[in-house]
Design a binder for this molecule. Structure first.
Ligand code: ARG
Ligand code: ZN
Length: 863
């Protein structure tokens, strides 16, 4: 079954006040709802009321206090007919039903994790709790009473403000919560169990006092400080940058170790994967600290962009996700504390976009940031909707300026606070607040695929003129053979020795467009798409000399990094080693005392294999792996002295700080360590072992551990054993232990990683139904270890097929994510391509596939 954006109809009925009474029992939770129903925008007298419901045991139905018999039940819906006065007047609906949280392994709806109760309702999980108009354009006020045995569930949480708590007979107790803001069902949440919190009271811009809490299992309390600091920083930042204040008396974050995604922005009660809450220097890396800061911010920012203004339908998902990712990226950039820090954050974000979103945009699941069709909405929580969506929002800011963007945001909230709206509404607010025509900009919402911009340049020394010609195109994507031209904002600068020409913003709107620049005294070097102002591929045959010059001195740090990436990419794809000129540029960059260590680390990190694949018309994964590794080894060997010096110079003595400065130094130092082991594991392994043993933080300990394992160095096995026993009680750290082994690239003389992975799957600590653990073994191998996964005999793909089929009956969302690992099969050379196709067909042949996996596999095979 397929859903289409243009088939949207407003609701026939809608809800006003919702009262829920939930008696929590893992084996049999009784859910009573009492709902005030009123006609909706598509109402016609006599229309039936169709409520969604899945995996529920129906008990009873009353209307206006009377038992009602005119209804039909299917596995997906409860259809109610013969409503009082043909449904024209408000009526009160009362439903009782039962669900079984302890059997719910899908982690959608109400489920149990480590003995505690949690919910996940986005996108369509509420229908697994009770029969409901489970769609985002039905916004209601909720009052929720939770009941449970006090000994098992001392803590009872839901959205909004706590109204009252009561003792009940037989050791039960209850808590009643009221959320003053109307919300769609996907923002509902409850949490119950044995949890403890840290709390803080803060004063927000209006002078109001707010209670902030972070709830975790008792043994994790000591790991909550960083999340709390991140939350407080996010609250202040949103006031300062967007004038948006926290609107509830209390704001809670709860951590759960069984969770399908990163986190969820339920109103006033955010629920997080423990991975994005818990951190201490001894157990979390700098990357973990940064991820926590950004996910806490992301969910908090949803309170305005997502909750106060929500989506009309799920095709509009990027309205809240693209915008909120943009906001969290800007927040994290500001937290870096310097201009060079902002650039580092930008480079990291673009690298992620290219590694993950560019392949998606070129593959069988390609979709516009506002999709037109889906079979299973859970498959559309994608890097396109999120990360490309954020790039599209960023382009408004590039076109309108920061102030213009802020004006657009202000108008958006002024017009739409409390409503469920569309991407068109957002665009209109941006256009109207700035008096701009953004009609063509809409193509970014409707067309999939990464646009290509071809650059041709000509310098005329006689006339002192520089000519620039840009041509845009976009390859066909599923259901979109032809594309209209995009409005592409390109920041550019002509760089000359006089260094006197300013940065400009070019608007590429036609298929082909030319510009002439006068009074250019010498042939300039073009720096274009600065700061990655548009999410495009550039086809620009820029000479190696020009690229080297940009790498050594472009004043735009992004393009400086980009020039180095492009040089390395071209050489790797041509099976070349770095030449003397590039090596020299690397050396100068590493020795430059003005440059941020974090920038150096990024500049010396080679393009990912997945990004290299996208540059080829027929991928030989083993050849690319070998060429890339040889290239890296050459940098490691030729700069061995420099790496050794950097290793010493970038130590961070003194108490651990997770700030941008120190984590940048650690990043560079640990790249140096890894390069040294790449150059000569025999000489340098003892230094890595020493770092492993004396480290006072996980970043350094893990980096040393990883360098040893990845280079197959002597001592790696002792480290593996030591690491496991040292952290045996820390689930998130053990996930790292699994993931490192599964993502270890092939090492000469060692057994294949697939053999390791199969052993890990039998390890007593492996759990297929815990998403983090499953991902740390299976996804880490299938998605993050290309050279081990792509075996000519198809053994990696066979493992993938088995794993998808094993996961699907347990958790379709996690299985469908894994299913995406073969998306790009058509891009591969033989024999890989046929082997992948066979694996896809094997999965497709399973008659009981979930709709989630069926959609992914079906689209991959082109049905
Ligand atoms: N809205 C959440 C976020 O981006 C993601 C939740 C998605 N969950 C799901 N099951 N599809 O923060
Ligand atoms: Zn989000």
């Amino acid at each position: 079954q397929s859903f289409r954006r243009l088939e949207y109809r407003p609701p026939v009925y809608t809800f006003d006040q919702v009262e829920l009474d939930i008696a929590l029992d893992p084996a049999r939770t009784i859910v009573k709802s009492k709902i005030e129903v009123i006609p909706g925008k598509s109402f016609e007298p006599g229309a039936p009321l169709v409520l969604a419901g899945q995996e529920l045991e129906f008990v009873s139905l009353r209307i206006n206090g009377e038992a009602h018999r005119h209804f039909e039940l299917t596995p997906e819906a409860l259809t109610i007919r013969s409503l009082p006065n043909e449904g024209k007047d408000q009526f009160v609906l009362e439903i009782i039903c039962i669900c079984v949280p302890e059997k719910n392994t899908t982690l959608m709806g109400l489920y149990v994790s480590n003995g505690n109760f949690f919910t996940q309702c986005e996108a369509e999980g509420f229908r697994k709790i009770t029969y409901f108009l489970d769609r985002p354009d039905v916004m209601a006020r909720y009052r929720v009473t939770l009941q449970a045995r006090e000994a098992e569930c001392p803590v009872l949480l839901s959205n909004g403000n706590l109204l009252k708590e009561e003792k009940l007979p037989n050791g039960w107790h209850s808590a009643t919560w009221e959320d003053p803001f109307p919300k769609p069902s996907y923002l509902f949440a409850l949490v119950a169990g044995k949890l403890e919190c840290i709390e803080e009271t803060i004063t927000t811009s209006s002078g109001a006092k707010k209670l902030l809490q972070i709830w975790v299992e008792p043994h994790d309390l000591k790991k909550t400080r960083h999340a709390m600091d991140s939350l407080i920083a996010s609250i202040h930042w949103d006031e300062k940058r967007f004038g948006l204040e926290l609107d509830l008396e209390r704001f809670m974050i709860v951590a759960v170790s069984d969770f399908n995604m990163g986190a969820m922005e339920n109103k006033g009660l955010n629920i997080f994967n423990t991975k994005f809450v818990l951190a201490q220097p001894e157990t979390a890396t700098d990357a973990d600290f940064a991820n926590i800061e950004s996910v806490v911010a992301h969910e908090y920012f949803h309170n305005w962009t997502g909750n106060r203004v929500t989506c009309q339908d799920w095709f509009q998902l990027s309205l809240k996700e693209g915008l909120t990712v943009f906001r969290d990226q800007e927040f994290s950039a500001d937290q870096m504390g310097s201009e060079s820090g902002r650039a580092v954050k930008r480079i990291e974000d673009v690298r992620l976009l290219r590694q993950l979103q560019f392949p998606e945009d070129a593959g069988p699941m390609a979709h516009p940031i506002r999709p037109d069709e889906y079979q299973e909405i859970n498959n559309f929580y994608t890097v396109t909707v999120y990360e490309k969506g954020s790039e599209v929002v960023r382009m408004y800011q590039t076109l309108l300026g920061r102030d213009g963007f802020r004006k657009g945001m202000d108008l958006y909230f002024k017009l739409h606070d409390g409503q469920a709206v569309t991407c068109d509404d957002f665009l209109a607010a941006m256009a109207d607040a700035n008096g701009k025509d953004l009609t063509q900009f809409r193509n970014w919402y409707s067309q999939a695929g990464t646009p290509r911009v071809k650059v041709e340049e000509m310098y005329d020394p006689a006339k002192k003129q520089y000519h620039l010609m840009l041509t845009q195109s976009c390859a066909p994507t599923p259901a979109q053979p032809e594309k209209k031209p995009f409005h592409i904002p390109l920041k550019m600068r002509l760089i000359t020795s006089a260094n006197d020409l300013p940065e400009q913003l070019l608007g590429l709107t036609e298929p082909t467009q030319s510009w002439t620049f006068d009074n250019i005294a010498e042939r300039p070097v073009l720096s274009i798409n600065r700061n990655f102002s548009a999410p495009i591929h550039l086809d620009f045959e820029q000479s190696e000399a020009d690229l080297l010059s940009l790498l050594s001195s472009d004043d735009d740090p992004f393009n400086r990094w980009e020039a180095g990436q492009k040089l390395a990419m071209q050489m790797i794809l041509n099976n070349r080693l770095p030449d003397a000129a590039l090596m020299n540029a690397y050396r100068n960059l590493l020795l430059d005392p003005e440059l941020d260590p974090a920038f150096k680390e990024l500049a010396l990190t080679l393009p990912a294999e997945s990004y290299l694949y996208e540059q080829c018309s027929s991928v030989d994964p083993q050849q690319i792996f070998t060429a890339r590794r040889a290239f890296r080894r050459e940098i490691a060997k030729q700069l061995q002295l420099e790496w050794a010096a950097l290793y010493q110079q970038n130590q961070t003595p003194g108490p651990f700080k997770s700030d941008a400065q120190d984590s940048g130094k650690r990043a560079l130092k640990n790249l140096a360590l890894s390069m040294l082991l790449e150059a000569d594991p025999k000489i340098w392994a003892p230094m890595a072992i020493n770092q492993y043993q004396i480290a006072d933080n996980m970043t350094d300990r893990y980096a040393a551990f990883a360098a040893l394992v990845i280079h197959g160095a002597k001592g790696a096995n002792d480290c593996l054993n030591d690491f496991f026993s040292r952290f045996a009680n820390d689930t998130l750290v053990i996930d790292k232990w699994f993931a490192l082994q599964s993502s270890r690239p092939p090492v000469d003389g060692l057994e294949s990683t697939l053999a390791d992975v199969k052993r890990l799957r039998e390890h007593p600590a492996f759990k297929l139904n815990n998403p983090n653990r499953a991902r740390s073994v299976i996804h880490a191998f299938c998605a993050n270890n290309p050279a081990s996964f792509h075996q000519a005999d198809g053994s990696g793909y066979a493992f993938w097929a088995e794993s998808v089929l094993a996961l699907d009956p347990i958790n379709p969302q996690v299985a469908a994510r894994l299913a995406r690992a073969l998306d790009r099969w058509r891009l591969f050379a033989q024999p890989y391509q046929s082997q992948m196709k066979a694996a896809l067909e094997r999965v497709a042949a399973c008659p009981t596939l979930s709709p989630d996996v069926r959609e992914v596999i079906g689209k991959a095979l082109g049905n």
